[in-house]
Design a protein around this ligand. Structure first.
Ligand SMILES: O=P(O)(O)OC[C@H]1O[C@H](O[C@H]2O[C@H](CO)[C@@H](O)[C@H](O)[C@H]2O)[C@H](O)[C@@H](O)[C@@H]1O
Length: 259
């Protein structure tokens, strides 16, 4: 991966941007388990204001499935890419899912691995399977070696190494491919793309936006091809809230069924 020097200060968000945001480790702090993640206070309101200010050109691009993202972001219903690009919901609410590669034997092997190595957690997703080792970091290398061996004869599948997680997904799915698909459609079409992410699994997305004349923003330390950097999710949320206040000062969210 090319490692480029980052700009020190993130430029102010302008209304002609197409904004793509990763979820875990970017909008929300990393939690001990996937189901322990919490949505920080004020985040939904900020995203609602930004969607208004950007004429709808705001999407969350995540490794989580669409259904989980909808639950986390409720009552907001945004354009989404889920499972690292396996699933995508466009701004006009059309859902596309990549043709599934055969995964049943891989799911069974991952489950068997988790039964053998205590502390591993399996997350089955549409078209992909994740093996979390945050509760058993010492098992990470052994789990990775086993998965690499399992995938050696399966070029249609790829292994992603995220934060204390190993994920098997279709080789053609990536956040970069999902972002390029959004950029071909309104309201994203013709805008300058900006993608914010924290993980190695976000590097495809940084490459996609920067090839399209936009900017990647890396959250936290570590090598990255992103052109800008912020220290942590709290700094990003602060930047987003200040941007929302500046670009949509008078916006008040319409009442929802829940309110
Ligand atoms: O692309 P993202 O939105 O960053 O999603 C990446 C993965 O996030 C989740 O796992 C990560 O976050 C968990 C909660 O903070 C943490 O416990 C885990 O160690 C992290 O790997 C999610 O469970 C995965 O499905 C996503 O692919």
């Amino acid at each position: 991966m090319p490692h480029r020097p980052t700009t020190e200060v993130l430029p102010p968000l302008s209304a002609d941007v197409a904004l793509f945001l990763d979820f875990d480790g970017t909008l929300a702090e990393i939690a001990p388990r996937p189901d322990a993640v919490s949505v920080p206070p004020g985040l939904i309101d900020t995203l609602q204001r930004l969607r208004h200010a950007l004429d709808g050109a705001l999407a969350v691009v995540s490794g989580r499935p669409l259904a989980q993202l909808d639950e986390l972001l409720h009552p907001l219903r945004l354009p989404l890419a889920g499972v690292h690009g396996v699933q995508r919901r466009s701004a006009d609410d059309q859902v596309q899912q990549l043709a599934a590669a055969a995964l049943e034997d891989v799911r069974a092997a991952v489950q068997a691995l988790a039964a053998r190595l205590p502390g591993l957690l399996v997350e089955h997703k549409p078209g992909a399977v994740a093996l979390h080792y945050r509760q058993a970091p010492e098992s990470g290398p052994q789990a990775e070696a086993a998965l690499r061996e399992l995938l050696a004869e399966r070029p249609q599948l790829a292994l992603l190494h995220g934060k204390m997680v190993l994920e098997v997904k279709p080789a053609q799915a990536s956040k970069g491919q999902a972002i390029r698909a959004f950029l071909r459609e309104p309201p994203f079409l013709g805008r300058r793309p900006l993608f914010v992410g924290d993980d190695m699994t976000d590097e495809d997305g940084f490459a996609a936006v920067q090839a399209a004349g936009g900017l990647g923003v890396k959250i936290g330390p570590g090598p990255s091809a992103a052109g800008a950097r912020l220290p942590d999710p709290a700094a990003l949320r602060d930047w987003l809230a200040r941007s929302a206040a500046r670009l949509a000062p008078a916006f008040s969210a319409p009442p929802t069924a829940a309110s």
